[in-house]
Design a protein. Structure first.
Ligand code: C5P
Length: 222
């Protein structure tokens, strides 16, 4: 059979990236941060001055991405054309562009097989928006992690402050709402829980409690 996959989907800032990383470490599984693929596509497009409305060109960029994920000091670095762009892909303008290119069906199609190729023994933890619905519909464990938009904006705000980046909480909340709106209302793989997903809300519970719940499910089903 195929290696097991644990899918963790949800909106930005729900904590799914953190949970996915902790879970992959704990289980000794590989990790797929699918959002990074959309971010890398967006960055490559911005670097090449490609019009974000040029769908054919964007799909071509997605299909030909020269990327690699390198592990250094326990962190996963995203490498585009030989350059570590881990920081660049987290910039607000790349986030916005990523959510735009992610709405293009031909871009999603171009990235589909690349995502499935991450599946390997002993297993994979995949985080994103459509891991449980489209990319790994046969995953034995599917989590949909949410949190209120206010809580997610606050977390992002705290994270940026710790890094010395000054932003307004209101702008962050607006950005989060705009991205949620685009992710949930697009026709191609909109953000939604799979029918067989377990929905967890992290607004009022800590990361460790979320992790424990997910681990319980994994031990029950895999
Ligand atoms: O998860 P992250 O915020 O890094 O994802 C960046 C963008 O990529 C999201 O705003 C979303 O629009 C898109 N995305 C997606 N499908 C995924 C993962 C991310 O559409 N599986």
């Amino acid at each position: 059979g195929k290696a097991p996959v644990v899918t963790i989907d949800g909106p930005s800032g729900s904590g799914k990236g953190t949970i996915a990383k902790l879970l992959a470490d704990k289980l000794g599984y590989a990790l797929l941060d699918s959002g990074a693929l959309y971010r890398l596509t967006a960055l490559a497009a911005l670097n090449a001055d490609v019009d974000l409305a040029d769908e054919a060109r964007l799909a071509e960029i997605a299909g030909n991405l020269d990327i690699r994920f390198a592990v250094a000091n326990g962190e996963v670095a995203a490498v585009l054309e030989g350059k570590d762009v881990s920081r660049d892909i987290r910039m607000e303008r790349v986030s916005m562009a990523a959510s735009k290119v992610a709405a293009i069906p031909a871009v999603r199609e171009a990235l589909l097989q690349r995502q499935r190729d991450f599946r390997s023994p002993p297993g994979l933890v995949a985080d994103g928006r459509d891991m449980g619905t489209t990319v790994f519909p046969d995953a034995p464990v599917k989590i949909f992690l949410t949190a209120s938009a206010e809580e997610r904006a606050q977390r992002r705000f705290d994270q940026l402050q710790r890094r010395g980046v000054s932003v307004s909480l209101r702008d962050l909340l607006e950005d989060i709402r705009a991205r949620d709106d685009r992710d949930m209302n697009r026709t191609a793989s909109p953000l939604a829980p799979a029918e067989d997903a377990v929905v967890l809300d992290s607004t009022d519970i800590g990361i460790n409690d979320v992790l424990q719940k997910v681990l319980d499910l994994v031990h029950e089903r895999i």
